[in-house]
Design a protein around this ligand. Structure first.
Ligand code: C5P
Length: 222
C-alpha cells in the first residue's frame, strides 16, 4: 500500500472460532484456524489503519502493531466487538462465530448416561455483525461467508439480509478455506463484485483490503 489508504482510520477485525462450553472439559467449536482474520488485521495495519483484533481461541502470534483482545465464546466476542467498534470506521467479521451454545454449561464434567442417549439443548447465539448493522451510527461492515455450495447465491442473500456493505465469500471443505495456508475469495457489494483467485492468505488479505478501502472511501464520498 504505497499511499496507505486507511491512514488515521480505526479498523476492527474478528478472527478465529468461538468455543461454547458444555462442561469444564468439553466444548463445541469449529475448524477456523484464525489465519485469514489475522492476515486481514496485518493487511489493515499495512494500509495505515489503527487495528483492533478480537481473537477467538487460536494459536497464532499477534501481528506486530495490532491491538489484540482474546475471547472464547460468541457472547464474549459480541461484547468485545461492540465495545471495540464504538467510533470505528470499518468492521471486518472474519470470525467463524458459533451459531449455537449449550443452553446450560455444567459445573462438573458430565458423566455417561448409562446407555441412554445424552441430549444437549442448544440456544442461538447473538448475531454480532447483525447487531452492528442495526446501530444508527455503524461502521462500514464487511462479512465473510464460508459456504460448501452455491457460494454466490448465499453470499448475495447474506449481504442483503444482514444489511452489510461487502461480503467476502469462499468455498470451504476438502482442503479449501479452513486449516489451509491459501484461499480464494469472491467479493460482493450492492452494485458489483470481483473474484480474487487462490493465493496465500497474506496476499489475499492485502487484495481484500485494497477493495475494502476503495469501497469504504467511496461510501464516504471520497
Ligand atoms: O456464519 P455465517 O456464514 O452466517 O457468517 C457470516 C458473517 O456473519 C461472518 O462475517 C461472521 O463473522 C458473521 N457472524 C456474526 N455473528 C454470528 C454469526 C456470524 O457476526 N453469530
Amino acid at each position: 500500500f504505497g499511499e496507505q489508504p486507511l491512514r488515521g482510520r480505526r479498523v476492527v477485525v474478528s478472527a478465529g472460532p468461538t468455543y461454547e462450553d458444555i462442561d469444564p472439559v468439553r466444548f463445541i467449536g469449529n475448524r477456523s484456524s484464525g489465519r485469514m482474520g489475522f492476515a486481514v488485521a496485518a493487511a489493515a495495519r499495512d494500509a495505515g489503519a489503527d487495528v483492533t483484533l478480537i481473537a477467538g481461541p487460536v494459536s497464532l502470534p499477534t501481528p506486530p502493531g495490532v491491538n489484540r483482545v482474546d475471547v472464547r465464546s460468541a457472547r464474549q466476542m459480541h461484547d468485545a466487538v461492540l465495545a471495540a467498534t464504538e467510533g470505528a470506521d470499518i468492521y471486518i467479521g472474519a470470525a467463524a462465530v458459533g451459531d449455537y451454545r449449550p443452553s446450560e454449561t455444567a459445573g462438573h464434567k458430565l458423566k455417561k448416561a448409562g446407555g441412554e442417549p445424552l441430549r444437549l439443548e442448544l440456544t442461538e447465539n447473538p448475531d454480532i455483525i447483525g447487531a452492528l448493522a442495526a446501530l444508527p451510527r455503524r461502521p462500514f461492515l464487511v462479512g465473510f461467508a464460508a459456504e460448501t455450495r452455491d457460494v454466490a447465491g448465499y453470499a448475495r442473500d447474506k449481504l442483503a439480509r444482514k444489511g452489510l456493505d461487502m461480503i467476502a465469500a469462499n468455498e470451504v471443505g476438502e482442503g479449501r478455506g479452513f486449516e489451509v495456508a491459501d484461499n480464494a475469495l469472491h467479493l460482493f457489494w450492492a452494485d458489483g463484485d470481483v473474484a480474487l483467485p487462490r493465493v496465500a492468505k497474506t496476499e489475499l488479505a492485502r487484495q481484500l483490503l485494497t477493495h475494502v478501502a476503495h469501497r469504504f472511501l467511496a461510501s464516504q464520498g471520497l
